[in-house]
Every structure is written in C-alpha cells, then in structure tokens.
Design a protein around this ligand. Structure first.
Ligand code: PMP
Ligand code: GLU
Length: 396
C-alpha cells in the first residue's frame, strides 16, 4: 500500500514523541524527570471542572454549532477586548479542538500550493509540518540569539518574495520565551501592510508573560487587524491541555473558510469542554495568576542554575515556560566513548545517563540548543537541573 505523498512529507511531533518516550520509560520503572513537555503540571481549576460536570449532568452532550457555542465565542470577544483592547464580533471567532486544530484550519484556509510562509526560527514544531501539508513552503528565517531570537524587520524584508503569503508570529515564544516589544511589532506590521501579506499570530502563551504584558499585533490598528488571525486557547493559561479547546479570531472571510473546513473534519469542538472553557475564560482569573506566580519562581531557579553550569547559557525567558539553552560549548565532549557532535546526541545522552527528558533545538530548527520546560514541579526542576549539572561536570 502506498501512502499519500502529502502525509509522507510529515514527521511526528518531536515534542509529543519525547514526552511519550519519557512516559514509557517511567512506566517501565525508570527514574525519569521530564522537562520535555510544554504542559502545565497544575490541575484544571475546580470551578472549570464543576462547569463540565454540570454540563454533563444537564445533558449538554449533543453536537454544537461548528464554530462553537455562542456564549463561549462572546466570552472570547470580551476577554480579547479587555486584554488586548480590540473589538471582535462573535462571528469572527471559531472554537476548535485545541489551538493546534485552529492553526491547522487557518493554514489550510490561507496557504495553497507553492505559497511561501515566513517562519522565524527557532519555531514551534507543528508549523512546518502543517504548512507542508497545505502544499506551502516554510521559508525559515534564522533569528539571532543576540536579538533575543526575534525576527528583525530587515530579516523579514529579505525573506519576502512574490510568493510570500503569510508570516507566522509566536509571542510569547515557544521555545525561546522571547516576547516582541510594541516597537518591534509596529515595524513588522508596517511591512505586512505595505506588502499586503497576512499574519498568523499564535498567542497561546499570552497569559504567561512575566514582565510587561505582551503586545498583540492586532492592537496596532485596523489595517493590521484586517490582515491577522489570532490563535489562542485554554491549554496553557488554564492548565487544560487534555480538554482540547483552542480558537481562532480574525476577519470574517477567513473564519468562515476555517469553519467550512472544520464542518467536514471535526464538526465542532467537544461540547462539555466548551462549557468548561466558558467557565475558564469568563470566570475568575485567580488560578491563572497563581500559576503565573509559580512559573515565575521556577523561571528564576532554572535560569540561575543553568547559567551557572559551565558550557550552558540561556536568556531569561520573558514569557511561556521554556528555557532555551545554548550548549554549543559542550559540543565535542565525550560520554562513555561517544562523541557529542550535536544537540540531538546531547539530549539523548542526558536522558540515558541521568534520566532527564529535554528537547533538542534541532526540533525547533535551531541547532546547538536544548529546550527545558519548567511547567513541572519545583522539586522536579531542582532535581533535574542538578542531574544535568552533575552530567556536564562529569563529562565536559
Ligand atoms: N502553539 C504553540 C506555540 C504551542 O506551544 C502549542 C502547544 N501545545 C500549541 C500552539 C497548541 O496548543 P493546544 O494544546 O491548544 O493544541
Ligand atoms: N506545545 C507543547 C510543546 O511544545 C506541547 C506539545 C505539542 O503540542 O507539541 O511541548
């Protein structure tokens, strides 16, 4: 049997694969700590779980509208107005089965055979594969550590060709924790408008900003708002990864196209999870604030210890819950007769030798780095980084 060529081009998500490997080793009784998954270790807030229980008890178990229940879409508009100061109507919102699903709908709605999509690297793992699946070409633009891994306007201009259709922005960023400033976004927005391009702005980590609140590109005026679809969801902000609710917000024409696709694929996002998400978005934000405080404390711990290890260095993240560590000075070391030539080998050896799962930078299109997720307990973080420290000190 021959599989479709479209699917042969796609790789399994490396972040999910590493998490699955760490879980399998744990199940075999190995002492593994995972700094692999980008998944909050907190439980979903109680009032959110209660809303789901109520929905089940009340029999809210049928199909919903393809684009999601109206009160959830309205709550999303209200939260965007409050948080980003920008108005949308509920027909400019589509609720999907996770932000990943909203993103896929957006890419399929916008990108066609031969279109180029500008993707600053390091990038989150699913963008490239979704673009390729749509028949588009990811134009990967390597960003520099000294620029905080952010795309400069010069780099953007250089990457644009007559085939360019979309720019993917992700701020706060996975895997670097970088956040674009208002000034940086203004310059980018100006080029997007001049060149008549479109932006997919993945803002899934927006609520996890540690310093100033992250700026959303849609808040920079009507012209750029008309050319942007926001991707967001409840997975990270409310510790709801398993509920699978995300959403896309943007121009009606794009949202309608995404809805047509969704009507033939997933029909609608899970009805009970939509009610739970309504409670999360419209209800108290206290649990999110508490989680943010905990992430912030962990961020300090992990950044300090890692920068203390000779051969490792990392910028302090401004958002999300990842530390992106430069390990270039460790390349060339030998571990039990095996030469560490790249980040892939280093990540593999850290897992094999000291039982800590991390993601190699190559998975994000950036060699010479590893990503550590600190969305895990403080105790596990401390133990994991002390193991990494011991490993480096022993072999380097
Ligand atoms: N965008 C980014 C940058 C992510 O890290 C993730 C990780 N899950 C997603 C989108 C998808 O989120 P969801 O769990 O809602 O599908
Ligand atoms: N986005 C998270 C990560 O980067 C979860 C895994 C995934 O969906 O890729 O680890």
């Amino acid at each position: 049997m021959r599989l479709a060529a479209k699917v042969e081009k796609i790789d399994t998500s490396p972040t999910l694969a590493i998490t699955a490997r760490a879980n399998a080793l744990k199940a075999e009784g190995e002492d593994i700590i995972s700094l692999g998954a980008g998944e909050p270790d907190f439980s979903t807030p109680t009032h959110v779980k209660e809303a789901a229980i109520k929905a089940i008890e009340e029999g809210f178990t049928n199909y919903t509208a393809t684009v999601g229940i109206k009160d959830l879409r309205e709550a999303i508009c209200d939260s965007i107005k409050e948080d980003r100061g920008v108005e949308y109507s509920s027909d400019q919102v589509i609720v999907s089965s996770g932000a990943k699903n909203s993103l896929f709908n957006a890419i399929l709605a916008l990108v066609e055979e031969g279109d180029e999509v500008i993707l600053p690297a390091p990038y989150w793992v699913s963008y490239t594969e979704q673009i390729k699946f749509a028949g588009g070409r990811p134009v990967v633009v390597d960003t520099l550590e000294e620029n905080g891994f952010k795309l400069t306007v010069e780099e953007l201009k250089q990457a644009i060709t007559p085939k360019t259709k979309v720019l993917i922005l992700n701020s706060p960023n996975n895997p670097t924790g970088s956040v674009y400033t208002k000034g940086e976004l203004e310059k980018i927005a100006q080029v997007i408008i001049e060149e008549d391009l479109f932006v997919i702005s993945d803002e899934i980590y927006r609520k996890i900003s540690y310093e100033a609140k992250a700026t959303s590109i849609v808040s920079l005026g009507e012209e750029i708002k008309k050319r942007t679809v926001i991707i967001d969801g409840v997975s990270k902000a409310y510790a709801m990864t398993g509920w699978r609710i995300g959403y896309g917000v943007g121009p009606t024409k794009v949202i309608e196209a995404m809805a047509r696709l969704q009507s033939h694929s997933t029909s609608n996002a899970n009805s009970v999870a939509q009610k739970a998400s309504l409670a999360a978005i419209a209800g108290t934000q206290k649990p999110t604030e508490e989680m943010l405080k905990a992430f912030d404390k962990r961020r300090d711990i992990i950044t300090d210890v890692i920068n203390d290890i000779e051969g490792m260095k990392a910028n302090k993240p401004k958002g999300a819950f990842y530390l992106f560590v430069n390990i270039k000075d460790l390349l060339g070391m030998t571990v039990k007769g095996r030469k560490v030539e790249d980040d892939l080998t280093l990540a593999e050896l850290i897992l094999e030798e000291v039982g800590v799962a991390v993601v190699p930078g190559t998975a994000f299109g950036k060699e010479g780095y590893i990503r550590l997720s600190y969305a895990t307990s403080e105790e596990d973080i401390k133990e994991a980084i002390s193991r990494i420290k011991g490993f480096v000190e022993l072999y380097s």
